[in-house]
Design a protein. Sequence first.
Length: 155
Amino acid sequence: MRPAEIFLRVGAGFGGWMIGFGYAVVIAVVPRAECRVDSDELWLGTFVFGLLAIVGAGTIGAALRWRDSLKWLACAVVPLLLYDAIVILPALTETTFSGHSLCGVLGVPKGVPGTVAEPTSGLQTAWAPLQFMTIIAIVVQSLRFWRSPAARDVD
């Protein structure tokens, strides 16, 4: 393998880990963000970032041959992702399956008018499943990095 290819693969893997870390931090902050029932801006931004993080999870796999150097990055990402899963679980059950607004589910103070209204768009209904798929994709890549070196993947 040429040095340029090694550099690109390791760089892509490192970049994928950094996207995953950024994604985990953003989702962890979502319940503390200002939520407006009449606007989907918060959900659209995090939805698009979720799609980008899925692509980032794919690029993590480019560096599997150098897992010993990069696997420690998973130590920062996976605990945040587990916290994110706990944050997203109520949104999955209440919004996707029960039809409530994400603002009402993810921490807007009780008593604010319209916080548990019907979702304003299909985006709110699709938001939690996409976030769970993204978390699963990054955790699967993390597990691939922590497998024993004898079980290396063939590129």
